[in-house]
Design a protein around this ligand. Sequence first.
Ligand SMILES: Cc1cc2nc3c(=O)[nH]c(=O)nc-3n(C[C@H](O)[C@H](O)[C@H](O)COP(=O)(O)O)c2cc1C
Length: 575
Amino acid sequence: MSKPLKDRTQLLDYLWRAQDEHGYIRHEDMEECTRALDISIIEVEGVVSFYHFFKRRPAGHIRIFLNRSIVSECKGFDRIRDAFERATGAKVGGVDPSGQFGLFETACIGLSDLEPAALIDFYPFTNLNSIKVRKVIGKLKQGASPADICDPVPDHVRWTPGGDRAILLREYKRGTAGRALAGHSPESVIAEVKRSGLRGMGGAFFPTGMKWEFCRHEPGRQKYIVCNADEGEPGTFKDRVLMNAMPGLMLEGMIVAAYAVGASKGLIYLRAEYRWLRDKLQHEIEHFRKINLLGNDISGIKGFNFDIRLQLGAGAYVCGEETALLNSMEGKRGEPRNKRFFPTQRGFLQKPTVVNNVETFCAAARIMQLGAERFLATGTPESPGTKLLSVSGDCRHPGIYEIAWGTTVKEVLELCDADRPHFIQVSGPSGECISMEEVDRRIALDDLPCGGSFMIFNRSRDILQILRNFTSFFKHESCGLCTPCRAGNFIIEKKLDLFAANLAQQDDVADIRSWGEIMKMTCRCGLGRNAPNAMLMAQQKFPGYFGEIVNHNPERLSKGFDLEAAAREYERFSS
Ligand SMILES: Cc1cc2nc3c(=O)[nH]c(=O)nc-3n(C[C@H](O)[C@H](O)[C@H](O)COP(=O)(O)O)c2cc1C
């Protein structure tokens, strides 16, 4: 292949090139990696097998990935899958007899406002129905390229605070934050970000200014800024919209962080599902170099040198976890690290590293542009500023809502014109589900924190189907390193099968609870610790529902579950 492999941080890029060239990763491609990097073949195989999108066998000239998130299921996933199978002649998980189409399922692809959706050769196809699927496949059979016939992805910004109060989604002019640095010292940038009270928007809400300060105080000349653009939490698409609508704002946030901590290199870890955004980001980076917002002596500040590289992921939810992400960027399996050190102490290549979410960088850039006061003037004392929500599911206006922290769930439901809401999942499957009794809760750190995903389900949706989708997602995405996560998700999934088959008893409810508690206490990382959240909370908040399904609801029997298989499983478990 054209570009030789020089060090391990280039491994994912090399594997992508090999796959793009041959349709899959051949044994000789892996052998080339072992030679170039002086590592064993098993080590390379370990990396390849970790990522969903790397294929070890021919996977079709055109590869189709159908989104199987819960929102997609509610919007007709089964029909779309059948339509693809009919049109291509391939069965899900395989390739059609001619070898033209490979058809696969995948987890949320960040298009929940446009479901049902699929990626074809990593280009987005949205709002699918059976007729559209037939037409798309017809065109591909006639030689059209997915790049030419894919759908434009609208940003669907549905609501921002009125007047001049929007912070993130206000008009963006390149360079306003980057150039503001000239009037600041690194310390005063950190002080301003600390004063604003900005916290990380990736879900853990760690104070951003403090993180930057830790990194600044670490000794060593080489430091890194990493933008976490993995956005894997099902139902979240806010980072997609930020990167699509104003990629420069995110870059400026990274530049501000680099100046504050003294970093000279930046990396954006872009999830493979957003590969269609790669060129746009790359162009923006190049434009920034031309206008001296990247490169040497940025904004005329002597000695402030910083540049950014884009790293494409390869499909693994756990790589959103910051230490797994660092491993992945180093060309390893995306397994979370032991938490002996913070990334600010030992991050990328063991050097001090700031990892922040896309939205956090955008907010930091706005703070430099507008000042901390403007940020503090909205939101609540504990959660100042605004937050982007990705709203999807049963509502008339799915899309992005920039809400002031402190907005109630009820207000969001009204804004998006929710359709008979019943079960609302806040912060994705690893977050919290709420019932309509809680709609007066405020979306804020001291009440109901939200990382960005806001999925609405109405009364016609089966809570069990939602929970089974979440559990199957976590089982699939578990990196497998720790036993409670690897086994716990599997066991809970099997238990839910019993519920679905009407074979569950009261003991099974208690068993699920105790497995959930074990996982929360003993899993190595946030994936396993948060995986049982929805299940445990649903039992608390919808007790009537669980009572009913344990007491044999005959309706469910007619929904096509494999009763005999579930009965066999039950026997296996009880013996
Ligand atoms: C399983 C798992 C997945 C995660 N996925 C993401 C993600 O996709 N994007 C993100 O920014 N943070 C994600 N996080 C949180 C990151 O580990 C980290 O806290 C965050 O990137 C820090 O940035 P922030 O302080 O700006 O939020 C995830 C955490 C876990 C445990």
